[in-house]
Design a protein around this ligand. Sequence first.
Ligand code: UD1
Length: 346
Amino acid sequence: MRILLTGAAGFIGGHIRSQALARGHDVVALDAYLPQAHGTGGAYDSSIHRIDLRHDPLDEVLDGIDVVCHQAAMVGNGVDAQDLPDYAEHNDAGTARLLAAMSRAGGRDLVLASSMVVYGDGRYTCPVDGDVPPAVRREDDLAAGRFDPRCPVCGGEITWREIGEDTPFLPRTSYAASKVAQEHYAGAWCTLDDARTVALRYHNVYGPGMPADTPYAGVAAIFRSAIARGEAPQVFEDGQQVRDFVHVSDVARANVLAIERVAVHPPGLTPYNIASGHPFTIGEMARVLAGAADGAPPELTGDYRRFDVRHVVASPRAATEGLGFTAEIAPEVGLAQLATDPLRRR
Ligand code: UD1
């Protein structure tokens, strides 16, 4: 197949490119080389077209393409409200331009990088009120070390549950809003052009080549960078926050499967959670990483960031049924390897 891969110089895009080439696909690679991700040093790979989706011509690179795999995006959660225009322009206006160009080129198949952040705070079960989104955590609870959210109806204790793809959107950050908008734009394009999109909602992706600590980095990069500096990972709250850490080689394989199978999906947007299926606490994750690096043991700080999501865990079942995807690398194995995996410097 001839694939157009955007974000090809990025962490996930680079792994997709290698796996797609190894499967015998022809890959046309694009990247805008954003300074936030790649610095300004100018070390560009000449086999990757330097194209910014916001304003560069796209018709030529789309010629003869079977499937577009769209990974290019500003990532992270956004630092403050000043980031909003950048997320909107890169992630949403860029995607809208790409879709318009696909329409002109007669393209009908898209694989879109989405994220579990579209679910915001996740879903919980209340013994009294049933399936509920959690209430926003109160400052007085957090200050007193009560980190678990409460039921939005009765204020009682609730327990997290695995979420499926039908969970309502609840975007809380600039990045999350931009990912929801990308899915909506792709859905609208599907309706207009009778086209197909497979949206892969990644959980916490980690592995070799992940960017070193930046203001936009997630916890795995932050802990890995602390270990590289000989420092102890600083674990917030009580370390019991639950996430799903999924290895980048599994995420790349999910993309290649989606590329190969998007055309057998019905018209419209089909979302899949991409997760390891092995929930892990942040405290356990810090212990595995620090232990494998033989570094200083993690420190439980009790600090908190009020708008952090407490627990979010996806069901990976739909991806197994629809794509034949099951993660192969268990977090305890992959996270131990991350202790010595190379990070990407800008
Ligand atoms: C992360 C990404 C998000 C991505 C999502 C799914 C960032 C900032 N967040 O969201 O963009 O879409 O995964 O892949 O890139 N923590 C510590 N110590 C630290 C930093 C964080 O204990 O030094 C804790 C936080 O309190 C939180 C957890 O680690 O409970 C995860 O934090 P983080 O990785 O920033 O955000 P996610 O919500 O997982």
